[in-house]
Design a protein around this ligand. Structure first.
Ligand SMILES: [Zn+2]
Length: 75
């Protein structure tokens, strides 16, 4: 009878240890927000705003944030 009680206590302690460990680890799930995919950033030559290269207007001298700024910088 004493042995059964000892086994029960050990099992209970193991369960508590696992439960607290899982709570600390966050269920093994990565809870960090996913990183945004890396994009190349360029700087507008007129107003110096940074924007993704794919969205930039490319002039003779370099990238611009908008057609308006490209026309203002490169008449
Ligand atoms: Zn600009």
């Amino acid at each position: 009878m004493k042995l059964l009680l000892l086994i029960g206590v050990v099992l209970l302690m193991a369960w508590i240890w696992r439960f607290s460990r899982r709570a600390r680890m966050g269920d093994g799930v990565n809870r960090k927000p996913p990183l945004a995919p890396q994009t190349d950033m360029v700087r507008c030559l007129h107003c110096a705003v940074h924007l993704p290269a794919a969205e930039a207007q490319h002039g003779r001298l370099g990238p611009y944030c908008s057609t308006e700024h490209r026309q203002l910088a490169e008449p």
